[in-house]
Design a protein around this ligand. Structure first.
Ligand code: NAD
Length: 491
Protein backbone atom coordinates (compact mmCIF):
# COMPACT_ATOMS: atom_id res chain seq x y z
CA UNK A 1 0.00 0.00 0.00
CA UNK A 2 1.27 3.46 -0.96
CA UNK A 3 -0.22 6.39 0.96
CA UNK A 4 -0.82 9.77 -0.66
CA UNK A 5 -0.93 13.32 0.63
CA UNK A 6 -4.32 15.05 0.61
CA UNK A 7 -4.05 18.60 -0.70
CA UNK A 8 -6.92 20.84 -1.83
CA UNK A 9 -9.30 17.89 -1.85
CA UNK A 10 -7.05 15.67 -4.03
CA UNK A 11 -5.05 12.59 -3.03
CA UNK A 12 -1.59 13.26 -4.45
CA UNK A 13 1.84 11.63 -4.67
CA UNK A 14 4.74 13.61 -3.22
CA UNK A 15 6.34 15.73 -5.93
CA UNK A 16 9.83 14.29 -5.20
CA UNK A 17 8.58 10.68 -5.55
CA UNK A 18 10.25 9.72 -2.25
CA UNK A 19 8.80 7.36 0.35
CA UNK A 20 9.62 5.90 3.75
CA UNK A 21 8.32 2.69 5.29
CA UNK A 22 5.62 2.29 7.92
CA UNK A 23 6.44 -0.81 9.99
CA UNK A 24 4.50 -2.86 12.58
CA UNK A 25 6.63 -2.47 15.76
CA UNK A 26 5.35 -5.81 17.07
CA UNK A 27 6.59 -8.03 14.24
CA UNK A 28 8.49 -5.93 11.71
CA UNK A 29 5.88 -6.34 8.93
CA UNK A 30 5.68 -3.64 6.31
CA UNK A 31 2.35 -1.80 6.51
CA UNK A 32 2.68 1.00 3.98
CA UNK A 33 4.97 3.24 2.00
CA UNK A 34 4.57 6.82 3.08
CA UNK A 35 5.43 10.04 1.23
CA UNK A 36 8.60 11.76 2.42
CA UNK A 37 7.14 15.04 1.20
CA UNK A 38 9.07 18.15 0.27
CA UNK A 39 8.75 21.76 1.37
CA UNK A 40 6.92 22.37 -1.88
CA UNK A 41 4.18 19.83 -0.99
CA UNK A 42 3.77 21.48 2.40
CA UNK A 43 3.58 24.92 0.81
CA UNK A 44 0.89 23.78 -1.63
CA UNK A 45 -1.11 22.41 1.31
CA UNK A 46 -0.77 25.72 3.16
CA UNK A 47 -1.93 27.59 0.07
CA UNK A 48 -4.94 25.25 -0.31
CA UNK A 49 -5.87 25.86 3.33
CA UNK A 50 -5.45 29.62 2.83
CA UNK A 51 -7.74 29.55 -0.23
CA UNK A 52 -10.43 27.51 1.53
CA UNK A 53 -10.38 29.66 4.67
CA UNK A 54 -12.53 32.54 3.53
CA UNK A 55 -15.52 30.39 2.65
CA UNK A 56 -15.12 27.89 5.53
CA UNK A 57 -15.08 30.61 8.17
CA UNK A 58 -18.45 31.82 6.84
CA UNK A 59 -20.12 28.40 6.99
CA UNK A 60 -22.47 28.67 10.00
CA UNK A 61 -20.87 26.97 13.01
CA UNK A 62 -23.87 24.59 13.49
CA UNK A 63 -23.28 23.34 9.92
CA UNK A 64 -19.59 22.83 10.65
CA UNK A 65 -20.69 20.93 13.77
CA UNK A 66 -23.02 18.72 11.72
CA UNK A 67 -20.12 17.58 9.56
CA UNK A 68 -18.22 16.67 12.72
CA UNK A 69 -21.26 14.74 13.91
CA UNK A 70 -21.11 12.68 10.71
CA UNK A 71 -17.38 12.15 11.30
CA UNK A 72 -18.25 10.83 14.78
CA UNK A 73 -20.79 8.40 13.31
CA UNK A 74 -18.31 7.02 10.78
CA UNK A 75 -15.62 6.68 13.44
CA UNK A 76 -18.10 4.79 15.60
CA UNK A 77 -19.02 2.39 12.79
CA UNK A 78 -15.36 1.77 12.01
CA UNK A 79 -14.07 1.68 15.59
CA UNK A 80 -13.07 -2.00 15.65
CA UNK A 81 -11.26 -1.92 12.30
CA UNK A 82 -9.48 1.37 13.10
CA UNK A 83 -8.37 0.01 16.47
CA UNK A 84 -6.91 -3.07 14.79
CA UNK A 85 -5.04 -0.89 12.33
CA UNK A 86 -3.75 1.25 15.17
CA UNK A 87 -2.45 -1.77 17.07
CA UNK A 88 -0.60 -2.93 13.98
CA UNK A 89 0.88 0.46 13.29
CA UNK A 90 1.67 1.75 16.76
CA UNK A 91 1.79 -1.38 18.93
CA UNK A 92 -0.59 -0.57 21.80
CA UNK A 93 -2.82 -3.47 22.79
CA UNK A 94 -6.18 -3.69 21.02
CA UNK A 95 -8.38 -2.60 23.96
CA UNK A 96 -6.27 0.52 24.44
CA UNK A 97 -6.32 1.23 20.71
CA UNK A 98 -10.13 1.01 20.84
CA UNK A 99 -10.03 3.55 23.70
CA UNK A 100 -7.87 5.82 21.56
CA UNK A 101 -10.47 5.70 18.74
CA UNK A 102 -13.23 6.24 21.32
CA UNK A 103 -11.56 9.52 22.35
CA UNK A 104 -11.89 10.63 18.75
CA UNK A 105 -15.57 9.63 18.68
CA UNK A 106 -16.24 11.48 21.94
CA UNK A 107 -14.42 14.57 20.69
CA UNK A 108 -16.37 14.53 17.39
CA UNK A 109 -19.73 14.52 19.17
CA UNK A 110 -18.59 17.05 21.76
CA UNK A 111 -17.29 19.50 19.16
CA UNK A 112 -20.37 18.89 16.97
CA UNK A 113 -22.36 20.28 19.92
CA UNK A 114 -20.02 23.26 20.18
CA UNK A 115 -21.24 24.21 16.71
CA UNK A 116 -24.47 25.26 18.43
CA UNK A 117 -22.82 26.65 21.57
CA UNK A 118 -19.40 28.28 21.16
CA UNK A 119 -20.79 30.82 23.60
CA UNK A 120 -19.63 34.39 23.71
CA UNK A 121 -21.20 36.88 26.09
CA UNK A 122 -22.99 40.20 26.26
CA UNK A 123 -22.27 42.74 28.91
CA UNK A 124 -23.70 46.23 29.66
CA UNK A 125 -21.97 49.15 28.02
CA UNK A 126 -20.88 52.04 30.24
CA UNK A 127 -22.68 54.42 27.82
CA UNK A 128 -26.44 54.78 27.21
CA UNK A 129 -27.98 53.36 24.02
CA UNK A 130 -25.00 51.20 23.35
CA UNK A 131 -24.76 47.41 23.15
CA UNK A 132 -21.62 45.38 23.90
CA UNK A 133 -20.79 41.74 23.22
CA UNK A 134 -17.82 39.41 22.83
CA UNK A 135 -17.95 36.72 20.13
CA UNK A 136 -15.62 33.98 19.03
CA UNK A 137 -13.96 34.41 15.65
CA UNK A 138 -11.80 32.00 13.66
CA UNK A 139 -8.01 32.44 13.63
CA UNK A 140 -7.01 31.29 10.11
CA UNK A 141 -4.84 28.41 8.94
CA UNK A 142 -3.95 25.95 11.71
CA UNK A 143 -0.78 23.85 11.52
CA UNK A 144 -1.37 20.61 13.41
CA UNK A 145 1.74 18.61 14.38
CA UNK A 146 1.24 15.38 16.30
CA UNK A 147 3.22 12.53 17.92
CA UNK A 148 2.72 8.80 17.35
CA UNK A 149 1.52 7.61 20.75
CA UNK A 150 -2.17 8.55 20.33
CA UNK A 151 -2.58 8.29 16.56
CA UNK A 152 -6.32 9.05 16.60
CA UNK A 153 -7.04 10.86 19.86
CA UNK A 154 -4.44 13.62 19.58
CA UNK A 155 -5.18 14.61 15.96
CA UNK A 156 -8.92 14.69 16.69
CA UNK A 157 -8.38 16.76 19.85
CA UNK A 158 -6.78 19.38 17.63
CA UNK A 159 -8.50 19.12 14.23
CA UNK A 160 -12.13 18.98 15.46
CA UNK A 161 -12.04 22.16 17.61
CA UNK A 162 -9.98 23.89 14.91
CA UNK A 163 -12.72 23.11 12.35
CA UNK A 164 -15.72 23.95 14.48
CA UNK A 165 -14.13 27.33 15.23
CA UNK A 166 -13.90 28.02 11.46
CA UNK A 167 -10.19 27.45 10.85
CA UNK A 168 -8.70 25.44 8.02
CA UNK A 169 -6.03 22.84 8.69
CA UNK A 170 -2.72 21.50 7.48
CA UNK A 171 -2.04 18.26 9.36
CA UNK A 172 1.42 16.74 9.71
CA UNK A 173 1.24 13.45 11.61
CA UNK A 174 4.20 11.65 13.16
CA UNK A 175 6.16 9.56 10.66
CA UNK A 176 5.52 6.42 12.77
CA UNK A 177 1.70 6.55 12.47
CA UNK A 178 0.72 7.80 8.99
CA UNK A 179 -1.88 5.09 8.32
CA UNK A 180 -4.25 6.23 11.06
CA UNK A 181 -3.82 9.85 9.95
CA UNK A 182 -4.71 8.76 6.41
CA UNK A 183 -7.84 6.98 7.65
CA UNK A 184 -8.91 9.98 9.74
CA UNK A 185 -8.55 12.41 6.85
CA UNK A 186 -10.41 10.02 4.50
CA UNK A 187 -13.28 10.03 7.00
CA UNK A 188 -13.29 13.85 7.16
CA UNK A 189 -13.46 13.87 3.36
CA UNK A 190 -16.26 11.29 3.30
CA UNK A 191 -18.23 13.26 5.91
CA UNK A 192 -18.32 16.30 3.65
CA UNK A 193 -15.46 18.57 4.74
CA UNK A 194 -15.01 20.82 1.66
CA UNK A 195 -11.84 20.67 -0.45
CA UNK A 196 -8.90 22.54 1.04
CA UNK A 197 -10.38 22.77 4.56
CA UNK A 198 -8.28 19.85 5.83
CA UNK A 199 -4.98 19.00 4.16
CA UNK A 200 -2.65 16.16 5.05
CA UNK A 201 1.07 16.18 4.36
CA UNK A 202 3.26 13.23 5.35
CA UNK A 203 6.92 13.82 5.93
CA UNK A 204 9.65 14.62 8.38
CA UNK A 205 9.55 17.22 11.11
CA UNK A 206 12.63 18.88 9.70
CA UNK A 207 11.01 19.43 6.27
CA UNK A 208 7.20 19.45 6.52
CA UNK A 209 7.01 20.46 10.22
CA UNK A 210 9.59 23.18 9.72
CA UNK A 211 7.62 24.62 6.77
CA UNK A 212 4.45 24.79 8.86
CA UNK A 213 6.06 26.55 11.80
CA UNK A 214 7.89 29.11 9.64
CA UNK A 215 5.42 29.90 6.83
CA UNK A 216 3.71 33.28 7.42
CA UNK A 217 0.44 32.00 5.93
CA UNK A 218 0.00 29.68 8.93
CA UNK A 219 -1.58 31.59 11.83
CA UNK A 220 -1.60 28.99 14.55
CA UNK A 221 0.43 25.93 15.54
CA UNK A 222 -0.92 23.20 17.77
CA UNK A 223 1.96 20.90 18.66
CA UNK A 224 2.20 17.79 20.82
CA UNK A 225 5.53 16.07 21.20
CA UNK A 226 8.83 16.16 23.06
CA UNK A 227 10.19 19.11 25.00
CA UNK A 228 13.20 19.44 22.76
CA UNK A 229 11.11 19.78 19.59
CA UNK A 230 8.51 21.89 21.41
CA UNK A 231 11.10 24.48 22.42
CA UNK A 232 12.27 24.73 18.82
CA UNK A 233 8.69 25.06 17.56
CA UNK A 234 8.03 27.85 20.07
CA UNK A 235 11.12 29.75 18.94
CA UNK A 236 10.48 29.56 15.21
CA UNK A 237 6.70 30.05 15.37
CA UNK A 238 7.12 32.76 18.01
CA UNK A 239 9.39 34.68 15.66
CA UNK A 240 6.45 34.84 13.22
CA UNK A 241 4.09 35.83 16.07
CA UNK A 242 1.99 32.73 15.57
CA UNK A 243 -0.31 31.53 18.27
CA UNK A 244 1.37 28.36 19.61
CA UNK A 245 0.08 25.61 21.87
CA UNK A 246 2.63 23.11 23.18
CA UNK A 247 1.72 19.84 24.89
CA UNK A 248 5.03 18.27 25.90
CA UNK A 249 6.49 15.60 28.14
CA UNK A 250 5.72 14.39 31.63
CA UNK A 251 7.32 12.71 34.65
CA UNK A 252 4.12 11.78 36.39
CA UNK A 253 3.89 10.34 39.88
CA UNK A 254 1.48 8.31 41.95
CA UNK A 255 1.63 8.91 45.71
CA UNK A 256 0.62 6.00 47.94
CA UNK A 257 0.02 6.84 51.60
CA UNK A 258 0.01 4.29 54.44
CA UNK A 259 -3.79 4.28 54.65
CA UNK A 260 -4.33 3.53 50.93
CA UNK A 261 -6.48 0.67 49.64
CA UNK A 262 -3.52 -1.41 48.52
CA UNK A 263 -5.36 -3.62 46.01
CA UNK A 264 -6.79 -0.58 44.28
CA UNK A 265 -3.42 1.19 44.32
CA UNK A 266 -1.63 -1.80 42.76
CA UNK A 267 -4.19 -1.98 39.94
CA UNK A 268 -3.94 1.79 39.34
CA UNK A 269 -0.14 1.70 39.33
CA UNK A 270 0.13 -1.19 36.85
CA UNK A 271 -2.38 0.41 34.50
CA UNK A 272 -0.66 3.79 34.62
CA UNK A 273 2.95 2.62 34.45
CA UNK A 274 2.69 -0.19 31.90
CA UNK A 275 -0.41 0.70 29.87
CA UNK A 276 0.66 1.72 26.34
CA UNK A 277 4.03 0.24 27.39
CA UNK A 278 4.69 3.41 29.39
CA UNK A 279 4.49 5.52 26.23
CA UNK A 280 1.82 7.94 27.41
CA UNK A 281 2.58 11.55 28.23
CA UNK A 282 0.58 10.88 31.42
CA UNK A 283 2.26 7.52 32.19
CA UNK A 284 3.26 7.02 35.81
CA UNK A 285 7.02 6.69 36.03
CA UNK A 286 7.52 7.64 39.70
CA UNK A 287 5.92 5.97 42.66
CA UNK A 288 6.16 8.05 45.82
CA UNK A 289 5.43 5.77 48.76
CA UNK A 290 5.01 6.40 52.47
CA UNK A 291 7.47 4.25 54.38
CA UNK A 292 4.89 2.21 56.37
CA UNK A 293 3.51 0.58 53.23
CA UNK A 294 6.65 0.58 51.06
CA UNK A 295 7.79 -3.03 51.51
CA UNK A 296 4.37 -4.56 51.07
CA UNK A 297 3.75 -2.49 47.94
CA UNK A 298 7.13 -3.40 46.47
CA UNK A 299 6.43 -7.10 47.00
CA UNK A 300 2.97 -6.93 45.48
CA UNK A 301 4.22 -4.97 42.46
CA UNK A 302 7.18 -7.28 41.85
CA UNK A 303 4.79 -10.23 41.79
CA UNK A 304 2.25 -8.62 39.47
CA UNK A 305 4.82 -7.07 37.11
CA UNK A 306 6.48 -10.46 36.74
CA UNK A 307 3.12 -11.84 35.54
CA UNK A 308 2.57 -9.21 32.81
CA UNK A 309 2.62 -10.87 29.39
CA UNK A 310 4.56 -9.16 26.64
CA UNK A 311 3.43 -9.66 23.08
CA UNK A 312 1.82 -8.34 19.92
CA UNK A 313 -1.10 -6.07 20.74
CA UNK A 314 -3.54 -8.06 18.61
CA UNK A 315 -2.93 -11.18 20.69
CA UNK A 316 -5.73 -11.30 23.29
CA UNK A 317 -3.29 -12.70 25.89
CA UNK A 318 -1.00 -9.66 25.71
CA UNK A 319 -0.85 -7.18 28.60
CA UNK A 320 2.08 -5.09 27.36
CA UNK A 321 2.84 -4.44 23.68
CA UNK A 322 6.09 -3.42 21.96
CA UNK A 323 7.85 -0.07 22.08
CA UNK A 324 7.53 2.08 18.98
CA UNK A 325 10.95 1.34 17.42
CA UNK A 326 14.49 0.13 18.03
CA UNK A 327 15.59 3.61 19.14
CA UNK A 328 13.01 3.54 21.93
CA UNK A 329 14.33 0.17 23.17
CA UNK A 330 17.87 1.61 23.24
CA UNK A 331 16.71 4.71 25.07
CA UNK A 332 14.82 2.74 27.73
CA UNK A 333 17.76 0.40 28.24
CA UNK A 334 20.13 3.35 28.47
CA UNK A 335 18.05 4.76 31.33
CA UNK A 336 17.95 1.38 33.07
CA UNK A 337 21.75 1.30 32.95
CA UNK A 338 21.90 4.84 34.32
CA UNK A 339 19.53 3.84 37.15
CA UNK A 340 21.81 0.98 38.13
CA UNK A 341 24.88 3.22 37.98
CA UNK A 342 23.10 5.78 40.16
CA UNK A 343 22.55 3.11 42.84
CA UNK A 344 18.87 2.30 42.39
CA UNK A 345 17.92 -1.32 43.14
CA UNK A 346 16.55 -3.25 40.13
CA UNK A 347 13.61 -5.35 41.40
CA UNK A 348 12.26 -6.85 38.20
CA UNK A 349 12.78 -6.51 34.41
CA UNK A 350 15.62 -4.33 33.20
CA UNK A 351 16.32 -5.94 29.82
CA UNK A 352 15.06 -5.99 26.23
CA UNK A 353 13.07 -9.05 25.19
CA UNK A 354 14.41 -10.16 21.83
CA UNK A 355 14.40 -13.93 21.72
CA UNK A 356 11.88 -16.24 20.05
CA UNK A 357 8.60 -14.54 19.19
CA UNK A 358 10.02 -11.18 20.26
CA UNK A 359 12.92 -11.20 17.82
CA UNK A 360 11.17 -9.23 15.09
CA UNK A 361 9.60 -6.59 17.35
CA UNK A 362 10.77 -3.95 19.82
CA UNK A 363 10.00 -5.40 23.22
CA UNK A 364 11.24 -4.46 26.69
CA UNK A 365 10.50 -6.25 29.95
CA UNK A 366 8.34 -4.21 32.37
CA UNK A 367 10.80 -2.87 34.92
CA UNK A 368 10.67 -1.80 38.57
CA UNK A 369 13.38 0.08 40.46
CA UNK A 370 13.29 0.53 44.25
CA UNK A 371 15.37 2.74 46.58
CA UNK A 372 15.32 5.53 44.03
CA UNK A 373 16.37 9.01 45.20
CA UNK A 374 14.22 11.91 43.94
CA UNK A 375 17.30 13.51 42.40
CA UNK A 376 18.35 10.54 40.25
CA UNK A 377 18.05 10.91 36.49
CA UNK A 378 15.57 8.00 36.31
CA UNK A 379 13.39 10.00 38.74
CA UNK A 380 13.58 13.31 36.89
CA UNK A 381 13.86 12.67 33.13
CA UNK A 382 11.14 11.34 30.84
CA UNK A 383 11.96 7.74 29.85
CA UNK A 384 8.78 7.02 27.83
CA UNK A 385 8.86 3.27 28.40
CA UNK A 386 7.87 0.56 30.89
CA UNK A 387 10.11 1.67 33.77
CA UNK A 388 8.78 2.56 37.22
CA UNK A 389 10.84 4.05 40.07
CA UNK A 390 9.87 3.75 43.75
CA UNK A 391 10.80 6.62 46.06
CA UNK A 392 10.26 6.40 49.85
CA UNK A 393 8.90 9.37 51.84
CA UNK A 394 7.87 10.04 55.47
CA UNK A 395 4.60 11.89 54.95
CA UNK A 396 2.28 13.75 52.59
CA UNK A 397 4.26 17.01 52.69
CA UNK A 398 7.43 15.25 51.62
CA UNK A 399 5.49 13.35 48.93
CA UNK A 400 4.11 16.58 47.48
CA UNK A 401 7.59 18.13 47.55
CA UNK A 402 9.02 15.16 45.62
CA UNK A 403 6.15 15.27 43.12
CA UNK A 404 6.62 18.98 42.48
CA UNK A 405 10.40 19.07 42.20
CA UNK A 406 10.61 17.84 38.58
CA UNK A 407 10.49 20.28 35.70
CA UNK A 408 7.31 18.67 34.26
CA UNK A 409 3.77 19.18 35.53
CA UNK A 410 1.28 17.07 33.61
CA UNK A 411 -0.48 14.53 35.81
CA UNK A 412 -0.32 13.31 39.42
CA UNK A 413 -2.30 10.98 41.62
CA UNK A 414 -2.71 10.03 45.25
CA UNK A 415 -4.10 6.92 46.91
CA UNK A 416 -5.45 7.64 50.41
CA UNK A 417 -8.70 7.04 52.29
CA UNK A 418 -8.34 10.29 54.24
CA UNK A 419 -10.47 13.05 52.71
CA UNK A 420 -8.46 15.81 54.42
CA UNK A 421 -5.20 14.58 52.97
CA UNK A 422 -6.85 14.11 49.56
CA UNK A 423 -7.96 17.74 49.51
CA UNK A 424 -4.57 18.99 50.67
CA UNK A 425 -3.06 17.05 47.79
CA UNK A 426 -5.52 18.61 45.31
CA UNK A 427 -4.48 22.02 46.59
CA UNK A 428 -0.73 21.41 46.57
CA UNK A 429 0.10 19.08 43.66
CA UNK A 430 1.49 21.38 40.95
CA UNK A 431 0.20 19.52 37.88
CA UNK A 432 -2.49 20.28 35.32
CA UNK A 433 -4.32 17.03 36.13
CA UNK A 434 -4.80 15.45 39.59
CA UNK A 435 -6.42 12.09 40.30
CA UNK A 436 -7.63 10.84 43.70
CA UNK A 437 -7.69 7.05 44.13
CA UNK A 438 -7.04 6.45 40.42
CA UNK A 439 -3.83 6.27 38.39
CA UNK A 440 -2.26 9.11 36.39
CA UNK A 441 -4.05 8.25 33.14
CA UNK A 442 -7.68 8.44 32.05
CA UNK A 443 -8.41 12.00 30.94
CA UNK A 444 -11.95 12.65 29.67
CA UNK A 445 -12.44 14.81 26.61
CA UNK A 446 -14.73 17.46 28.12
CA UNK A 447 -12.24 18.57 30.78
CA UNK A 448 -9.18 20.74 30.15
CA UNK A 449 -6.08 18.67 29.34
CA UNK A 450 -2.51 19.86 29.71
CA UNK A 451 0.26 20.55 32.15
CA UNK A 452 2.04 23.19 34.12
CA UNK A 453 5.68 24.33 33.90
CA UNK A 454 7.88 22.29 31.51
CA UNK A 455 4.94 20.31 30.14
CA UNK A 456 3.81 23.16 27.93
CA UNK A 457 3.23 26.85 27.52
CA UNK A 458 0.06 27.27 29.52
CA UNK A 459 -2.63 26.34 27.01
CA UNK A 460 -5.07 23.49 27.52
CA UNK A 461 -6.62 21.10 25.04
CA UNK A 462 -10.10 19.51 25.11
CA UNK A 463 -13.21 20.85 26.80
CA UNK A 464 -14.13 24.47 26.21
CA UNK A 465 -10.46 25.31 26.82
CA UNK A 466 -9.82 24.05 23.26
CA UNK A 467 -12.15 26.75 21.90
CA UNK A 468 -10.10 29.39 23.70
CA UNK A 469 -7.04 28.29 21.78
CA UNK A 470 -8.65 27.82 18.37
CA UNK A 471 -10.67 31.06 18.32
CA UNK A 472 -10.02 34.77 18.66
CA UNK A 473 -12.16 36.94 20.89
CA UNK A 474 -13.83 39.76 18.99
CA UNK A 475 -15.32 42.61 21.05
CA UNK A 476 -18.27 44.28 19.30
CA UNK A 477 -19.84 47.65 20.25
CA UNK A 478 -23.13 48.78 18.67
CA UNK A 479 -23.98 52.41 19.35
CA UNK A 480 -27.65 53.13 18.67
CA UNK A 481 -27.70 56.62 20.27
CA UNK A 482 -27.24 58.44 16.95
CA UNK A 483 -24.56 60.71 18.40
CA UNK A 484 -20.84 60.49 19.10
CA UNK A 485 -20.35 58.94 22.55
CA UNK A 486 -16.83 58.79 23.90
CA UNK A 487 -16.00 55.90 26.27
CA UNK A 488 -14.22 56.98 29.48
CA UNK A 489 -14.94 60.65 28.65
CA UNK A 490 -18.71 61.03 28.33
CA UNK A 491 -19.61 58.26 30.80
P1 NAD B 1 8.67 14.46 18.74
O1 NAD B 1 8.88 15.78 19.38
O2 NAD B 1 9.84 13.72 18.28
O3 NAD B 1 7.72 14.62 17.46
C1 NAD B 1 6.45 15.22 17.53
C2 NAD B 1 6.08 15.75 16.16
O4 NAD B 1 6.92 16.87 15.87
C3 NAD B 1 6.28 14.75 15.03
O5 NAD B 1 5.21 14.87 14.11
C4 NAD B 1 7.58 15.21 14.41
O6 NAD B 1 7.73 14.85 13.07
C5 NAD B 1 7.45 16.72 14.56
N1 NAD B 1 8.72 17.48 14.44
C6 NAD B 1 9.98 17.04 14.65
N2 NAD B 1 10.87 18.03 14.39
C7 NAD B 1 10.15 19.11 14.02
C8 NAD B 1 10.49 20.44 13.61
N3 NAD B 1 11.76 20.84 13.53
N4 NAD B 1 9.51 21.29 13.32
C9 NAD B 1 8.21 20.91 13.39
N5 NAD B 1 7.83 19.66 13.75
C10 NAD B 1 8.78 18.77 14.07
O7 NAD B 1 7.79 13.60 19.76
P2 NAD B 1 7.32 12.06 19.64
O8 NAD B 1 8.49 11.19 19.90
O9 NAD B 1 6.55 11.86 18.39
O10 NAD B 1 6.29 11.96 20.84
C11 NAD B 1 6.66 11.64 22.16
C12 NAD B 1 6.64 12.88 23.04
O11 NAD B 1 5.35 13.48 22.99
C13 NAD B 1 6.88 12.57 24.49
O12 NAD B 1 7.75 13.51 25.05
C14 NAD B 1 5.49 12.70 25.12
O13 NAD B 1 5.48 13.00 26.50
C15 NAD B 1 4.91 13.80 24.30
N6 NAD B 1 3.45 13.78 24.37
C16 NAD B 1 2.83 14.78 25.08
C17 NAD B 1 1.45 14.78 25.22
C18 NAD B 1 0.75 15.89 25.98
O14 NAD B 1 -0.44 16.09 25.75
N7 NAD B 1 1.40 16.60 26.87
C19 NAD B 1 0.70 13.76 24.63
C20 NAD B 1 1.37 12.75 23.93
C21 NAD B 1 2.75 12.78 23.80
Amino acid sequence: MKLKNYIGGQWQDPENGQYIQDIDPGNGELIAEVPASSTRDAERAIEAARQAYDSWRKVPAPKRGEILYTVGQILKERKHELAQKMTREMGKVYTEAAGDVQEGIDMAFYMAGEGRRSFGYTTPSELPDKFAMATRDSVGVAGIITPWNFPMAIPTWKIFPALVCGNTVVFKPASETPWLAHELVSILDQAGVPAGVVNLVFGSGSVVGETLISDPRVNLISFTGSNETGRHVAKVAGEGLKRVSLELGGKNAIIVLDDADLDLAVDGILWSAFGTTGQRCTACSRLIVQKGIYQRLEQRLAERIGQLRLGHGLDAQTDVGPLINAGAVDKVHHYVTIGQQEGARLVVGGHPANDGAYAKGHYYAPTLFADVAPTMRIATEEIFGPVLSMIAVDDLDEAVGVNNRVTYGLSSSIFTQDVNRAFRAIRDLATGIVYINAGTIGAEIHLPFGGTRGTGNGHREAGTAALDFFSEWKAVYVDYSGRLQRAQIDA
